[in-house]
Design a binder for this molecule. Structure first.
Ligand SMILES: NC(=O)c1ccc[n+]([C@@H]2O[C@H](COP(=O)([O-])OP(=O)(O)OC[C@H]3O[C@@H](n4cnc5c(N)ncnc54)[C@H](O)[C@@H]3O)[C@@H](O)[C@H]2O)c1
Length: 258
């Protein structure tokens, strides 16, 4: 929007703060996505082939938690760096078309459109479950699926069964909307506190600035990010060490130890 001149006021990109995406996206979405799918379906995760589409902060969290429950996790990515990270984190990485044949449960977390499309659904086995936890309900191409289906019915809250022409049944959760917000309770308050602190302190930062900030997109100032981490640690009763003067001087110097 900024590049197109469509931004009407200065913005702080709160998602870029470490105290946002490292925790809300990874641990919040990781836990609540699994929670939403479990509440909707009561599936056993152990031994299932779980396909995580998008290995960003949210995808990392979901993959980690699914593995913790005993699932075999397959990651689908388009970014080579993130795909490589997933490989070295110990997951199987493959194109979506291949994963479509292998998966039992598919979870999209890409922010992208049609991350799972018609040709992928064509390849899925009978009984596959599809859920989305990314933004928004366009990650699964449900229009295409509706076109492929001969019959549709809700078999329990948040679970819609699509019966295809060849008899296969695919199960779509919560109409492809964010499953953690639909079928569960979203993130626990004890991780949202940091996201809301970022929003509140970033708003204050803009309002209290002496001169009006030019219209642009700003990062959350490091001091705010660090202060939120400090406050969160304090609220958890966790204490940490501080650098000594000697250590601070050593770390800032290049004359010693190099
Ligand atoms: N469910 C929730 O409560 C919740 C919470 C936070 C964020 N989100 C949403 O989740 C989504 C992901 O957030 P994030 O922080 O992980 O973002 P991110 O940008 O870190 O990760 C997204 C990843 O998806 C990959 N990707 C994009 N298109 C793809 C495609 N077609 N196939 C495979 N991979 C693809 C990107 O390369 C990237 O690595 C966003 O849309 C965000 O708004 C949801």
């Amino acid at each position: 929007m900024c590049g197109d001149g469509a931004l009407a006021y200065p913005i702080v990109a709160v998602n870029e703060a470490n105290t946002k995406h490292l925790f809300d996206n990874r641990y919040g979405t990781g836990q609540s996505t699994i929670d939403g799918i479990t509440r909707a379906t009561n599936i056993l995760w152990a031994g299932r082939q779980v396909v995580v589409v998008g290995y960003g902060w949210c995808g990392r969290g979901v993959a980690m938690r699914a593995r913790g429950l005993g699932s075999q996790v397959i990651v689908v990515e388009v970014d080579p760096l993130r795909a490589l990270e997933a490989v070295m984190d110990g997951y199987r990485v493959m194109p979506m078309q291949e994963a479509a044949r292998a998966g039992d449960i598919f979870i999209t977390l890409t922010g992208d459109i049609n991350a799972i499309g018609k040709h992928h659904m064509d390849a899925m086995h009978d009984g596959a479950i599809l859920a989305n936890s990314g933004h928004f309900n366009v990650e699964l191409n449900l229009e295409a699926l509706a076109g492929m289906a001969e019959k549709r019915r809700e078999i329990r809250p948040f679970v819609e069964e699509y019966t295809l022409g060849d008899g296969r049944k695919l199960f779509v959760l919560a109409d492809g909307r964010l499953i953690n917000l639909s079928a569960a309770e979203g993130h626990p308050a004890s991780v949202m506190d940091m996201s809301f602190a970022n929003q509140a302190l970033s708003s204050e930062y803009i309002v209290l600035k002496e001169e009006r900030l030019p219209i642009d997109v700003y990062r959350v100032p490091h001091e705010i990010d660090a202060e939120i981490a400090r406050l969160k640690l304090a609220s958890l009763g966790v204490q940490i060490d501080e650098l000594t003067d000697e250590q601070r001087k050593y770390l800032a110097s290049w004359e010693e130890g190099t």
